[in-house]
Ligand binder design. Structure first.
Ligand code: NAD
Length: 477
């Protein structure tokens, strides 16, 4: 039974109610977590404010950085425990959960080093003046975290916010939050002052909504679905609270005839199989120059058919989806594709050890998907990839940019001029050339355009979102 973690202590939910925690690999309840409401959020926001105005806010940037570094090391010291929790809670194969622990430790390491390098500027102005800028923390930041990468998303948003000097209130997803409660507890153990990191669990429409509406929140970092992202922005506008949104994508991999297929095939497969396709930057559309279209399908088919799906603890290529409703959603896309006569080119295999009560979907490659089909336009959030041909560069760009999203794209070609020409035409926050970074790259600014959201997380750039720029003009002559 897990309570909220507020002010460095376990706190019972005001409602007295708990939510079952289900293991996606077998559908069994294995723990319970506090059902947070507006009262719990208020307690957490007050705790964060007191920390910001008190012991946490008084630390120098260097001292903050040292604490972040200590937490980074402590997470590595607890790596196996955190990986097991994340794996059981999210249904991730263990090697993926271990990679997520490495990533959160690296986020904290990166932001530890950045904390005392966040500087303002002096600005040339009129004679007789000196003008300078200060980058000040926002104050209390709210973080609404989804279930697909709890550790990583905590690392990138809470890590950046703490480095910039803010105190944080985190609302993880109701489906997966055990690892984050443990990270908050470890932070207290390594010496973070009470109230610097607070975690309130519960449903989005209760705890998440209360966090969004709270007048004491100075910035919200939201990662999740486009509809809820839009709602959060609208509600936050009531108090003029700035919001960073990261809302997923329908990211294209554009493959030209001169691409190195030996390099490309494993990368393209991993970009959709990783985390069972429940990755905002999953490479869910593969666009292939017509002359090599059948060759690429044949090569991908060979690999897809070898993919094994099963319980997280078996550590196979792919685990279950997060919950029953997500499985139904993915199956809905596949049923529609079948009704519309689309062809499945290849599928992975479900191992016999997989429980019939788990939420399994085998990786599926669907060919000749018309660009206007739902499968080519909407985020499935499962291990389903749509493949389609293109005729020339202009056609490739039109297809790549032809969805409402714009998170990540990739271009596979050895032609250097084409690489840069296309990179500039892609309407996405990141462009990878001859590689693909689904979720990767702690140092690389990340975020979308269009329905993929706005603002940037990761890298040094993220620190700017978590600060307010103050301009000071001094007249001295
Ligand atoms: P969601 O948007 O419902 O949930 C994300 C987070 O928002 C969770 O913590 C949730 O509790 C919270 N939330 C939900 N309703 C809220 C509200 N009214 N106010 C404030 N917070 C609220 O996403 P989901 O239902 O978990 O997943 C549905 C779809 O979202 C997926 O199929 C996928 O398309 C997308 N998704 C994208 C990402 C991403 O990284 N971009 C992550 C998860 C889900």
């Amino acid at each position: 039974m897990k309570q909220h973690f507020i002010n460095n202590r376990w706190v019972a939910p005001a409602s007295g109610e708990f939510i079952p925690v289900i293991n996606p690999s077998n559908g069994q309840t294995f723990d319970n977590l506090a059902r947070g409401n507006a009262q719990d959020i208020d307690v957490a926001v007050r705790a964060a404010r007191a920390a910001f105005e008190g012991p946490w806010g008084r630390l120098t940037a260097t001292e903050r950085g040292r604490l972040l570094q200590k937490l980074s090391q402590a997470m590595l010291d607890h790596a196996e425990e955190l990986a097991q929790l994340e794996s059981q809670d999210c249904g991730k194969p263990l090697k993926q959960a271990r990679a997520d622990v490495t990533a959160i430790a690296r986020y904290f390491e990166f932001y530890a080093g950045a904390a005392d390098k966040l500087m303002g500027e002096t600005i040339p102005y009129q004679n007789g003046y000196t003008v300078l800028t200060l980058r000040e923390p926002q104050g209390v930041t709210g973080h609404i975290v989804p279930w697909n990468y709890p550790l990583q998303i905590f690392g990138r948003s809470v890590g950046g916010s703490l480095a910039a000097g803010n105190a944080c209130v985190v609302k993880p997803a109701e489906d997966a939050c055990l690892s984050l409660l443990r990270v908050a507890e470890i932070a207290a153990e390594v010496g973070f002052p009470a109230g610097a990191i607070n975690v309130v669990t519960g449903y989005g429409h209760e705890a998440g909504d209360a966090l969004t509406r709270h007048p004491g929140i100075d910035h919200i970092s939201f990662t999740g679905s486009p509809n809820i992202g839009k709602l959060v922005v609208q509600i936050a506008a009531e108090h003029h609270t700035p919001v960073t949104t990261e809302l997923g994508g329908k990211s294209p991999q554009v493959v030209f005839a001169d691409a190195d297929l030996d390099v490309l095939v494993p990368v393209v497969v991993n970009a959709i199989v990783q985390n069972a396709g429940q990755t905002c930057s999953a490479g869910s559309r593969v666009l292939v120059e017509r002359s090599i279209y059948e060759t690429v399908i044949a090569r991908l088919t060979q690999t897809f058919e070898q993919l094994r799906v099963g319980p997280a603890e078996m550590d196979l290529d792919c685990g279950p989806l997060i919950r029953q409703t997500q499985l139904q959603r993915v199956k809905g896309f596949l049923d529609e594709a079948q009704r519309d006569g689309l062809k499945i080119a290849a599928q992975g295999q479900l191992v016999k050890e997989a429980s019939s009560d788990g939420f399994y979907q085998v990786p599926t490659l669907i060919r000749d998907v018309p660009p206007t089909h739902r499968l080519a336009q909407e985020e499935v959030f499962g291990p389903v990839v749509a493949i389609m041909p293109f005729d020339d560069e202009a056609h490739a760009v039109a297809l790549a940019n032809g969805t409402e999203f714009g998170l990540v794209s990739s271009i596979w070609t050895r032609d250097g001029a084409r690489q840069m020409r296309l990179a500039r035409q892609m309407r996405s926050g990141q462009v990878f050339i001859n590689n693909y970074g689904a979720g990767g790259g702690i140092e690389l600014p990340f975020g979308g355009v269009k329905a993929s959201g706005h603002g940037r997380e990761k890298g040094f750039e993220a620190l700017y979102s978590f600060t307010v720029l103050k301009t000071i003009s001094i007249k001295h002559d």
